[in-house]
Design a protein around this ligand. Structure first.
Ligand code: C5P
Length: 223
């Protein structure tokens, strides 16, 4: 296990990905994007035309596929059977279908195992997702849980899409985020919730720089 493990959980578009990446950079730690793992398995299942409601079939696809997650300085490159799918896994159909993987207990168990394996090889790690502080790294050194108003999260997601040249209606974005929140919170295994010992940070009125500053000062105080 790594010497320093920091977990950042929270709902979609709460700012955790960017915060985790920047915090990892500041601490010279490795950044693990566990959402990318769920997305990669979703893409592999779609490519194999697996029945998304059949957990055993999904698990067989996971087993038959070679996944590689490579930590670069401040991002993670994702390969499926040797092919770089880092950009492809960000597409909306992958986002929409990831709920099937996220709610399948056998797949979650395997992914948690892969996350621990990934951490075992690193000295310091900042890992982000939904269940990092509650399940994957229950003994983490510091746990954060980021929250933000849903309207603000929708605005952030819209700005992100606009940066990529994609125009999407704000109301539709907010609806999709609300649906993802519901499905993330309602699942039986690894639901989205703060760990009892997590530091909850509301990012609604904070810039990303302010968020990172806040996290960094908590790390300095607590480690
Ligand atoms: O964070 P991101 O949007 O990339 O995550 C993609 C999907 O994977 C989420 O909708 C969530 O349901 C799932 N996920 C999860 N547990 C994690 C990380 C992501 O269930 N640790």
């Amino acid at each position: 296990m790594a010497n320093l493990v920091i977990t950042i959980d929270g709902p979609a578009a709460s700012g955790k990905s960017t915060a985790a990446r920047l915090l990892a950079k500041e601490l010279k730690a490795i950044f693990l994007d566990t959402g990318a793992m769920y997305r990669a398995v979703t893409l592999a299942a779609m490519q194999a035309e697996a029945d998304m409601n059949d957990e055993d079939e999904l698990f067989d696809t996971l087993d038959a596929t070679e996944f590689k997650f490579v930590a670069e300085e401040d991002r993670m490159i994702v390969y499926i059977d040797g092919k770089d799918v880092t950009e492809r896994i960000r597409e909306p159909e992958i986002t929409a279908n990831s709920k099937y993987i996220a709610s399948a207990p056998k797949l979650r168990d395997r992914l948690v195992e892969m996350q621990r394996q990934f951490a075992a090889d690193e000295e310091k790690i900042v890992t982000e997702g939904r269940d990092q502080g509650t399940v994957a790294f229950a003994n983490a050194d510091i746990k954060f849980f980021l929250v933000a108003d849903v309207a603000e999260r929708a605005r952030r997601r819209q700005a992100e899409l606009q940066d990529k040249g994609v125009e999407e209606n704000l109301e539709q974005i907010q609806d999709a985020i609300e649906q993802r929140d519901k499905s993330d919170q309602a699942r039986r295994v690894g639901p989205l919730k703060p760990a009892d010992d997590a530091i909850v940070v509301d990012t609604t009125d904070l810039s990303i720089e302010e968020v990172v500053e806040k996290l960094l000062s908590c790390v300095e105080e607590n480690v």
